[in-house]
Design a protein around this ligand. Structure first.
Ligand code: LMR
Length: 321
């Protein structure tokens, strides 16, 4: 069977980590793409990882390029192009620069990799993935945003630390937009299948501690931005996107939260926002609609409103060229 092809648009910190993880997971051959000014970085990282492959024991061809033609035939395209935020900024502050980047990248993908499954990581995530779908014109099941997997991984880690149990035994869902209004769902998060509210009743933790963990999850990206001082998280975002690519390429039917285009689900139409979806060879094969109580619905609605206003801002930026 021919190896699959994975194109990574953006050869920064996340791009390099994606390239490494994709090889280690035997996902296929990798093209690391960046603009001509950063072609050396793309080629250098590609060659460096290729030279790691004999030590790590995997077979994959690596190439670096600044020519969109080199992404031709890609099965999966993962987009990290754009700029990260700096300490003190919100993700939304990036919309002015990154909307223009995504507009250009979307055209390159449309022309050169028309059959690809596209995963967007660039912030502000929900608005950027919506723009990508609009520019490429690809069916919505083939364009998704990476956010919920990452936010849920942070929530799971903090819960595992609180309960002093393996991260493997913690499940958690964070829905809504990938911004300050994200919605970590306590009721749908569990330790070994036991919902968090029951663990409070059992006296294993307190509501106050859970509330702090929820807030730390919401601030998870900013915490890393503050620590790094010059850039944003890259290991966990890359691993999250790779899990989505793997679910697609291996038809795993994973149920994971991603930014997906809603078409009436959750009472929302025509907007990308984080919800649980099934990812398999058909891309987003199903949007899973969980029921909300009044508080959860209010949080989700607030998040929808925040994403809608960013989408409006994005439209204006693109229209102004
Ligand atoms: C993250 O959550 O780590 C990313 O969205 C990057 C950021 O700016 O926080």
């Amino acid at each position: 069977m021919a190896r699959k092809k994975i194109a990574l648009i953006g050869a920064g910190q996340i791009g390099g980590t994606l390239a490494l993880l994709a090889g280690q997971k035997d996902l296929g051959d990798i093209v690391l793409f960046d603009i001509p000014q950063a072609e050396g970085t793309a080629k250098g990282k590609a060659l460096d990882i290729a030279q790691l492959s004999p030590v790590a024991g995997f077979d994959a061809n690596y190439a670096g390029s600044s020519n969109y033609k080199d992404i031709a035939g890609a099965d999966v395209v993962i987009v990290t192009a754009g700029v990260p935020r700096k300490p003190g900024m919100t993700r939304d502050d990036l919309v002015g620069i990154n909307a223009k980047v995504i507009n250009a990248v979307g055209k390159g993908i449309k022309e050169n990799a028309p059959d690809a499954f596209v995963i967007v990581i660039t912030n502000p995530l929900d608005a950027m993935v919506g723009l990508m779908q609009e520019v490429t014109g690809f069916p919505a099941n083939r364009v998704v945003g990476m956010a919920g997997v990452l936010d849920s991984a942070r929530f799971r880690l903090f819960l595992a630390e609180e309960f002093k149990v393996s991260v493997q035994d913690v499940t958690a869902f964070v829905l809504g937009g990938h911004g300050d209004t994200m919605v970590p769902l306590i009721r749908y998060s569990t330790v070994a299948g036991i919902p968090l509210p029951d663990l409070v009743k059992m006296g294993w933790t307190t509501q106050e501690k859970l509330d702090k963990i929820v807030q730390r999850t919401r601030d998870g990206g900013a915490e890393i931005v503050g620590l790094l001082g010059n850039g944003s998280a890259f290991y966990a975002p890359a691993a999250s996107a790779i899990s989505m690519a793997e679910a697609y390429l291996k038809d795993k039917k994973r149920v994971i939260p991603c930014a997906a285009l809603l078409n009436g689900e959750y009472g929302v139409k025509g907007l990308y926002i984080g919800v649980p979806v099934v990812i398999g060879k058909g891309g987003v094969e199903k949007v899973v609609e969980v029921s909300f109580n009044a508080d959860e619905k209010a949080m989700f609605d607030k998040s929808v409103a925040a994403v809608k206003s960013l989408v409006e801002a994005t439209k204006k930026i693109v229209a102004a060229g």
